[in-house]
Structure formats: structure tokens, C-alpha cells
Design a protein around this ligand. Sequence first.
Ligand code: NG6
Ligand code: CA
Length: 499
Amino acid sequence: MKRTCLSILLAALSCFSVFAQQKRPNVIIIYADDLGYGDVSCYGAKKIKTPHIDQLAKNGLRFTDAHATSATCTPSRFSILTGVYAWRKKGTGIAPGNAALLIDTAQITLAKIFKQTGYTTSAIGKWHLGLGGKGGPDWNGEIKSGPQELGFDKSYIIPATLDRVPCVIVDNHRVENLDPKDPITVDYHKKTGDWATGKEHPELLTMKSSNGHNNTIINGIGRIGYMTGGKAAIWDDYTLTEKLTSQAESFIAKNKEQPFFMYFASPNIHVPRTPNKKFAGKSGMGPRGDVILEFDWSVGRIMKTLDSLGLTKNTIIVLSSDNGPVVDDGYQDEAEALLNGHQPAGPLRGGKYSAFDGGTRVPFIVSWPSVIKKGTSTALISQVDLVRSFAVFLNQQLNTEQAYDSFDMSSQLLGKSTANRPYLIEDAAGLGIIEDNWKYIEPNNAAAYDSTTKTELGNSKEAQLYNLSADLQERKNLASQYPDKVKSFAQKLQQIKDE
Ligand code: NG6
Ligand code: CA
């Protein structure tokens, strides 16, 4: 379903009046990694306090039914930046650290929308969308294509995840602090060089694996993938958040006079969880809780920077997460033992990797103090909608082929409407679709339960149908009672896949 020209025109006109009155707002997306619906206090967490995120919510709009497009990272990031579902393109699952760039540089992106309108744009933090052309990046040369070829004027990124090699920062097109005499080699199939692996030398580990994570040891932590070289370029796990946050602060300060767009993708709260000493032991929930505090702190730092520069009122902040929560994601960090009754997915079933709502329904807060009325919004909305919504907001024309899956939800983002998205797709092992508070999960052969992460994955060989208004927990499969609904959902899903 595509939006009509009329609706685009109307929305553009309504936003134009907002613009006419003031300078174009700065826009910051703060994107957490694996932060669950129940992990922050403004979404009901009782065992942990996230004062800065809560303050953002208090002065902004807190969405209760907002979704990442996928229950894992790479596909959600693909969608938030392109407005297209990742499952339409092969090879967009969780990417290895040496993957080639997954987004076509000809594609429209969120960054391009802003850049074309004269914004200065940056990507800071976790990337995990591949880098370089076919064959992957040249870590020792110019790393191209990447964020800068997708509309970001500046990028300062970790290539993949905290647990994937290479554990280095890529500053624009180059690895930061790389000594040319000590080149980097990365391999995801076999050992390269003589650096110890977790498998061979578990005695060298400061954080033990609970599953996988037994390839090259970097800073005492076994990672996924093998690397050697680039010693001077290797990040420090315990100060990485601080470093990335400082970059974000500098970018804001440098661009205080002109509109800017910043995609700040925090590596928190993904594994390995290595809180700075300021937060270690502070949550009482072990490293997982401590890195939630660290994430909240970095949100606070960004808010304080805006405040000190007088930018708070005219800056839109969108805070969300790339997928739902996971407790044990492959390291022995006591996350489970120290949960103390905390429910990372809040009232939802499942979590990261899951087709149940815990997989994709995530915190989503929008704040723009000079314009958006504070409150909560029940609107069903997807992160894939940001591209078209901001295009409308900035009066940019997109044809229907661009940002294909993105709907204009600008009125909902501005708090002027709580109308639901007509339907919403969730991507885990199979696809799910939500419409009018009914949810259908297509039958698939994947496991129903993952014993390593202890996640209810929501997969079944049978069709599943849930009434989310009466059964938020997705416990009662009503498929056999409503065969017509199942049929029409299955048809609709097929039609969307075929589009
Ligand atoms: C899994 C990893 C997990 C995490 C995930 C990606 C193992 C056993 N598990 O394969 O630790 O890295 O991939 O997470 O290796 S994501 O948030 O980037 O999608
Ligand atoms: Ca993630």
C-alpha cells in the first residue's frame, strides 16, 4: 500500500507551517543495541533506573507500540536507514565483520534525505551493515564504500559488533590509529596470524564464553572471527562508549550554528558487556545492568551538550533500539543470575531473535520540546517509517519506489495523530504481520526455542494467530478458530512479499 499524493501534499503543507515559524530542527537518532522494551524505567522497569531516558520521555512522546523491523541488528539497521525491509534483499542477516556494504549506494537513505536539504550529517557508533565493495573492506587502505557514500558527511564507527573482529574504529575511510607497519588481517573462516584464540587458550580469557565467541582473543575477550595486526588501532572496550559519546558531543558543538543530523548508534547494551569503571557494579544486576546505566549516561551527555549550546528546544531526538533484549548472548557475565526479577522485555513474550513481540517491539521516544506535546502515543509504527516521514517533514519528494516500505508517519511522530500504521511486518525466522491488533506469524520450520539464549523464538510449523488486545503475551493461538483470518493474513503477507 502506498501513500497517495494528496496525503503527501497535506502532510507537507502541515509541516511547512511548522517550518515557516522557525529554524529547521536538528535531528538526532539515538539507536541502542539490544535494549528491551522493559529495560528502561519509563517503560516500567523497577529494578533499574534510567533517569536521562526518562527525562527525554517526560518531555517528549513515548510510543508504546513502536517496532524495529527485525529481531536482529543488521536487518533492522538496513531498514531504518533505507526505508526498505531487509528481507527483500538476500544476505542481509547478521553480518560478519568483514562483509561488503549491504546497502546499494544508489539507494535513498535517511542520511541523504537530510544531506540533500542542507543538513550536515554523521554516523557515529555501531555500523554492522558491511563496508567496502565486493570482497569486503581493505582494512589497510581506503575503506570504501561505507556511510559516507550513503549520505553521511562524517562517520566514526565500529564496523560490526563489539563481539566481532576487527575491534577497531573506522574514522571516515580509514582505520583510526593504524600503524602501516602493522597491517590488519581479518578472516571469518580460519585463523590468521598467531594471536591466541579463546578455543586454544581459554586460560587467557577475562570474560568466558557461554556460547561461541572463541575465536581471536582481543583485550582478554574471545570474539567472533579471526584477526591479527593493527595493535595500535584496537579499541579499549571499557572506554569505548565514552569515546563515541565524545565524538557525538564534538559533532554537535561543531555544527551548532547549522542544522545537523546525527545517527548515534550506541554499541550498548550488546555483548560483551564491558561497563566503564564509573558504572561497574552500580546496577546490582551485573554488567548487563551496568551497561544500561552507561547507555543512559551517554544519552544524558548528549542532552547536556544540547542544553549547554542552547539547542535543546529545536532538536528532535528519536531514541530507540535495533531489536529486543537477550540475557545470555554468549558470554558468562552473570546476566541471568543477577536479573533479580527484572524483565528485559517488560510485558512482552520472547526477545531478541524472536517472532513474538519481545523481538521487535522496543522503546521509542521522540522529543522536540518546542513543538511536540509531551505524552504517550499508542500508534503502531515501524522504524522503517522514519525515511518517508522525515522526507515529508523536510518537503523532499520521494517516488513510490524509493524507501518502498516506509510510510509517512510524520503526524504520529509529531504527536498530531495516533492512527496506527495500516499494518506492520515483523521479521525473525519467519515473518509476522500485525493489523488491527491481530497478529499472524507465518508457519516455518525454525526451532521454537533457543536453549543457548533461552529465548522463546515464536516459530511453529503451524500458523499462529494472536489477538494482541486480549493476549499481549501471545499465549493463545487462535488460528484454528479463525481460519478465514489466517487465510487473509497469509494472502496479504504473500502479496507484500511479492511487491
Ligand atoms: C549471534 C551471536 C551473538 C550476537 C548476535 C548478533 C554467538 C553464539 N551469538 O550469532 O552474541 O553477536 O549474533 O547480534 O556467536 S546483533 O544484535 O548484532 O544482531
Ligand atoms: Ca542488536
